[in-house]
Design a protein around this ligand. Structure first.
Ligand code: ATP
Ligand code: MN
Length: 482
């Protein structure tokens, strides 16, 4: 086998005047002379110069956009603009032809919507190459961050019998013949006869199992797929998405916020360092895209500036109650510009409110804490009622510009009595979660954790506008193609 060199390594090497073998896909072939070759290792193409006078005309014809080729040639300093080195081809072999009449990707700008329909090919564009290299780096950085801090990567189950939030937006897992499931005497489907002997679903969160791990291992994190059968027809929701869920024993809410903020800064900083070229490309792409918008809708900062800003500034921390006061007094609220006007304390914030706080009021990432108990999950630690009698829980949401909620977390309720009481109030079956409650019976301790939606993070870092463009094969209502 030949010593193939990847284009990234080759473009970085200063060692010219040597023979190299490169393999990749033709992006363009112009003037019967210049091949722009890409192998996915970097955003940049390698220029391969073809000696067309001494090359078989039949072969030249097969150098079409999308064709897979292998080239042996001399690496030389380039005189052309935009590259320092190029390869003077000595031998070219076509590994796979690509019929330009039929190939859906043309060397021109395609819309993101069109590319979503050909998601099996969109990796071959500059934009998607950059996105998936950045996604890869972010995933690696997440592991590195936790591993450096002694966290244990815990694999929580994908198939579960619990619905962590009690929200009921789950996908069933069954091997029943759906046309004819076994029925119990009362006429209902008899899940006792199903594969697991009970009704099961795809996990919506690994948190509850993660907490079990933290009660022995101290600090754990999960990083896996989660599934929600919610109406995910938004630019921020998928039916299948990846989540990072750390759970830490002996952490309170402040420790929890500190960790989440450090994690976000670490992975963004790491990626700025590793994927400079991709982020420069994506920055340019976003700037171009924003030129289509009216002036006042364009962002004040470029993508790179936004990422840098996020690293250099403390996230703004405030309570839900303080946020409500700000929102109540805000110009859009007074001018009735919000679709959901802020009237009083207690309602959940809509994305328009979150975006106002982050993008207009504070102009930086925001961490909101101590939400009303009534709108949050049963496992969040209950605060003493405040002077006005408002009941809150030790929750925190991190809100990012352009994204809204990127992290949701809390200090967990470790007091058995309080937890059981809340489960009763919310109709969560205690018998089913006997194992979860056991951690509160045996050596309970203060602990906390959060969930970071991985695709929302990738959205923020790449500056893309739709979550369907930052996961290779998005799953959303009425779509499971590829
Ligand atoms: P939202 O209000 O935006 O629907 P949520 O309150 O349902 O979010 P959590 O249950 O707290 O979210 O989940 C933790 C994190 O997972 C969120 O902060 C977000 O980053 C991410 N997330 C939640 N739902 C989705 C989804 N459908 N697709 C992609 N990411 C999601
Ligand atoms: Mn949701």
């Amino acid at each position: 086998m030949s010593q193939r060199i990847k284009i990234k390594a080759l473009l970085e090497s200063k060692e010219t005047d040597r023979e190299v073998t490169v393999k990749g896909w033709v992006r363009t072939f112009r003037n019967n002379q210049f091949i722009a070759l890409n192998d996915g290792s970097t955003n940049s193409n390698l220029q391969v110069v073809v000696d067309f006078e001494n090359t078989d005309a039949a072969l030249l014809k097969r150098l079409t956009t999308g064709a897979a080729i292998s080239v042996v040639g001399q690496l030389v300093a380039s005189l052309g603009k935009g590259q320092t080195v190029e390869v003077k081809a000595k031998e070219i072999e076509i590994l796979g032809d690509c019929d330009p009449e039929k190939y859906p990707l043309q060397p021109k700008k395609h819309s993101l919507e069109f590319l979503r329909e050909i998601a099996h090919l969109r990796f071959r564009t500059n934009t998607f190459g950059a996105i998936f290299r950045v996604r890869n780096t972010l995933a690696f950085a997440v592991h590195q961050f936790f591993q450096e801090r002694g966290f244990i990567y815990l694999h929580t189950p994908i198939i579960t019998a619990s619905d962590a939030e009690g929200a009921g937006e789950t996908f069933h897992v069954t091997n029943f013949d759906l046309a004819n499931p076994p029925k119990a005497d009362n006429g209902e489907v008899d899940f006792k006869q199903d594969f697991f002997g009970r009704a099961t679903n795809l996990t919506v969160s690994g948190q509850l199992e993660g907490e079990l791990g933290a009660m022995a291992l101290s600090d754990i994190y999960t990083f896996g797929p989660t599934f929600r059968a919610e109406n995910s027809n938004t630019t921020r929701h998928l039916a299948e998405f990846w989540m990072i869920e750390p759970e830490m024993a002996f952490y309170d809410l402040v420790d929890n916020m500190d960790l989440a903020e450090a994690l976000l800064k670490y992975v963004i900083g790491y990626t700025l360092d590793k994927n400079k070229e991709d982020l420069e490309f994506l920055t340019q792409r976003l700037t171009e895209e924003e030129k289509q918008k009216p002036q006042q809708e364009r962002s004040e900062m470029t993508l790179l500036e936004k990422l840098q800003f996020c690293l250099e500034n403390d996230f703004q921390r405030l309570t839900y109650t303080e946020a409500i006061d700000i929102l109540k007094e805000s110009t859009p609220n007074k001018k009735k510009k919000f679709q959901y006007p802020i009237e009083g304390w207690g309602t959940d914030l809509q994305s328009e409110h979150e975006r106002y706080l982050v993008e207009k009021h504070f102009k930086k990432p925001v961490i909101l804490t101590d939400y009303p108990k009534a709108i949050k999950a049963f496992y969040m630690r209950q605060n003493e009622p405040d002077a006005k009698g408002h009941e809150t829980v030790r929750a925190m949401d991190i809100l990012f510009p352009g994204i809204g909620e990127i992290v949701g977390g809390s200090q967990r309720e470790e007091r058995l009595e309080k937890l059981e009481q809340r489960m009763d109030e919310m109709g969560i079956p205690k018998e089913e979660l006997w194992w979860y409650l056991d951690t509160r019976r045996f050596g309970a301790c203060p602990h906390a954790g959060f969930g970071l939606g991985f695709e929302r993070l990738v959205l923020f870092v790449t500056g893309m506008g739709n979550i369907r463009d930052v996961i290779p094969f998005p799953r959303f209502p009425k779509n499971a193609e590829f």
